[in-house]
Design a protein around this ligand. Structure first.
Ligand code: MV4
Length: 456
C-alpha cells in the first residue's frame, strides 16, 4: 500500500480524499495556492506545499509544480480529485515517467475518452448503443451537411475535444448548418485548442443517466449502478440521485452488463462514469465516459455502502477490487444537493466571508464540505462549497430528509443555491420523478412581474 498520497486538489474533495487516506493509514500531502493558505484541506493534511498564485493555471493546473511537490515530499501517488487535472492524460503520463502512481485510469484510456468522437466509435464497437452520427471529425461544412442528411434533422454538432456543452450547436434545417458549423468549430478551438467537430442525431429533452464503473488491474470490472443527473443548468449539475427513478430493475441490469462489457473491452481501470441519454421511450444511448471520480459519487456510496475513494486508492496500489458484482446490492435511495456560493435568482457568483455556519445532520444526512465559520470563499475557483446528501429507505423518505436538511442549514455571509433547491424539492414534477435535462428551464430567472408577485 502507498505510504504517502499527494492530493492535487482543494476544497471538499481534497478533504474527502484525506479522510479516505486516514482510514487507510496513509500519510497525506496537501498542495495549495496562495488563496488557500488557511483552507481546511491544508490544515487536515499531514504535510502541505504551496504550489503558486491563486489563479488555477498557476497552481492547481501546474503539472511541474505538483510533480515537484510529490518528489520533495516523497509521495508514492497523486490523487487528482475531480476538475483541474483529473482528466489530464499528460499528468498521468508524467506520473508514470516519474514513478509516482496516478490514482485513476491509464493515460491511454484517459486519452481515448477525452476524444469524444473516438470514444463514441470505440464504445459503439464494444456494443454500447449510440445515436446515429458521423463516426469521426468532419472536414467541412459540406461533409457535415451530407452526414446530417443521412442522419435526419435535427442534429447536434459536437466538439471532439468537448465536454461541458462547449462547442455544441443544434441544427434543425440545412440552412442553419453553415453558421452552426463555423461557430461550433471556433468555440471548440477557443475552449480546447482543437477545432474538430462531429454530428449526432439530436435528442430533445432527454434524461441524463450515468453508470458508475470500477476496474482493477487483474481485469475485474464491476458497475455500481446509476445516478440520475438530469437536474442541471448550463451543464452544471444541481441535484443528483441514485437510483434513477426512470430505470426498472431489468433496464439497470441490461445497461449495467453492457457498460461492464464495454469497460472491459478498453481495459478500464479505477473509477469511471459512463454517461447516457435516455429518451421518453426508455431507449438509452452512450454519450461520453468520464475517467475520474465524480462530484456526485457520494449518492452511489450511500446506496451501495462502498467507499469509492478508498477503493480507488487500493486499486491504484495494485490491490484487487474488494467486492465482486454479486456482492453488490443497492439499499434505499440517495439524493444530493450541490450548495454553490451564488445568487439563487441570477446565478451570479457570491464570494465572501462565512459569518455564520450551521450544517444539517440527523438520520440519513451526509455533508461533504471544507466550509467553516470565518472561511473565505474566494472568486478564483468553482462556486460549489458543500454537498448535502440524504439517504432514505425510498425516494420519498430521501426527499423528505433532504427538504428538512436544507431547512436547517444556515450559511451566512454569502448567498447560496439552497433557496432554489428548496423550490425544486417542492415541485410536483420533481417529486413524481418527471425529470429531463430541460427541467431547470422553469426555474430560471423569473420574469420581473412574477418576481414582484412572489415577494409580495
Ligand atoms: C446530446 C444531447 C442531445 N442529443 N447529444 C450535453 C453536454 C455533452 N456532454 C453532451 N450533451 C448533450 N448531448 C445528442 N445527440 C443533449 C445534451 C445535453 C445535455 C446532456 C446531459 C445533461 C444535460 C444536457 C443539457 C443540454 C444538452
Amino acid at each position: 500500500m502507498f505510504k504517502k498520497v499527494l492530493i492535487a486538489n482543494r476544497g471538499e474533495i481534497a478533504l474527502r480524499i484525506i479522510l479516505a487516506c486516514r482510514e487507510l493509514g496513509i500519510r497525506t500531502v496537501a498542495v495549495y495556492s496562495e488563496a488557500d493558505e488557511h483552507a481546511l484541506h491544508v490544515r487536515f493534511a499531514d504535510e502541505d506545499v504551496c504550489i503558486g498564485p491563486p489563479r488555477a493555471a498557476d497552481s492547481y493546473l501546474n503539472v511541474p509544480a505538483i510533480i515537484s511537490a510529490a518528489e520533495v515530499t516523497g509521495a508514492d501517488a497523486i490523487h487528482p480529485g475531480y476538475g483541474f487535472l483529473a482528466e489530464s492524460a499528460y499528468l498521468a503520463e508524467v506520473c508514470e515517467a516519474c514513478h509516482v502512481r496516478f490514482i485513476g485510469p491509464s493515460p491511454q484510456v484517459i486519452r481515448l475518452m477525452g476524444d469524444k468522437a473516438r470514444a463514441r466509435r470505440a464504445m459503439k464497437k464494444a456494443g454500447l448503443p449510440v445515436l446515429p452520427g458521423s463516426d469521426g471529425a468532419l472536414e467541412s461544412e459540406e461533409r457535415a451537411l451530407r452526414a446530417a442528411h443521412e442522419i435526419g434533422y435535427p442534429v447536434l454538432i459536437k466538439a471532439t475535444a468537448g465536454g461541458g456543452g462547449r462547442g455544441m450547436r443544434v441544427v434543425r434545417t440545412p440552412s442553419e448548418m453553415g453558421a452552426a458549423f463555423r461557430t461550433a468549430s471556433r468555440e471548440a478551438e477557443a475552449a480546447f485548442g482543437v477545432p474538430d467537430v462531429y454530428v449526432e442525431k439530436y435528442l430533445e429533452n432527454p434524461r441524463h443517466v450515468e453508470f458508475q464503473v470500477f476496474g482493477d488491474h487483474s481485469g475485474r470490472v464491476v458497475h455500481l449502478g446509476e445516478r440520475e443527473c438530469s437536474i442541471q443548468r448550463r451543464h452544471q449539475k444541481i441535484i443528483e440521485e441514485a437510483p434513477s427513478p426512470a430505470l426498472s430493475e431489468r433496464a439497470r441490469r441490461k445497461m449495467g452488463a453492457l457498460v461492464v462489457q464495454a469497460a472491459r473491452e478498453v481495459r478500464y481501470t479505477n473509477a469511471g462514469t459512463f454517461e447516457f441519454l435516455l429518451d421518453a421511450q426508455g431507449r438509452f444511448y452512450f454519450m461520453e465516459a468520464n475517467t475520474r471520480l465524480q462530484v456526485e459519487h457520494g449518492v452511489t456510496e450511500l446506496v451501495t455502502g462502498v467507499d469509492l475513494v478508498k477503493e480507488q486508492i487500493r486499486v491504484a496500489a495494485g490491490a484487487r477490487l474488494s467486492f465482486s458484482q454479486g456482492d453488490l446490492s443497492w439499499r434505499g435511495h440517495a439524493i444530493e444537493c450541490r450548495v454553490n456560493a451564488e445568487d439563487p435568482e441570477t446565478f451570479a457568483p457570491s464570494p465572501g466571508v462565512i459569518s455564520a455556519l450551521s450544517l444539517p445532520g440527523g438520520p440519513g444526512i451526509r455533508v461533504d464540505t471544507a466550509l467553516h465559520a470565518d472561511a473565505t470563499v474566494t472568486p478564483y475557483y468553482d462556486s460549489m462549497v458543500a454537498k448535502i446528501m440524504a439517504h432514505g429507505r425510498d425516494r420519498r423518505e430521501a426527499l423528505a430528509r433532504m427538504a428538512r436538511a436544507l431547512d436547517m442549514t444556515v450559511v451566512e455571509g454569502i448567498k447560496t443555491s439552497i433557496p432554489l433547491q428548496r423550490r425544486v424539492l417542492a415541485d410536483p414534477d420533481f417529486q413524481a420523478g418527471r425529470l429531463s435535462t430541460a427541467f431547470m428551464e422553469r426555474f430560471l430567472p423569473a420574469p420581473k412581474p412574477q418576481r414582484l408577485a412572489e415577494s409580495a
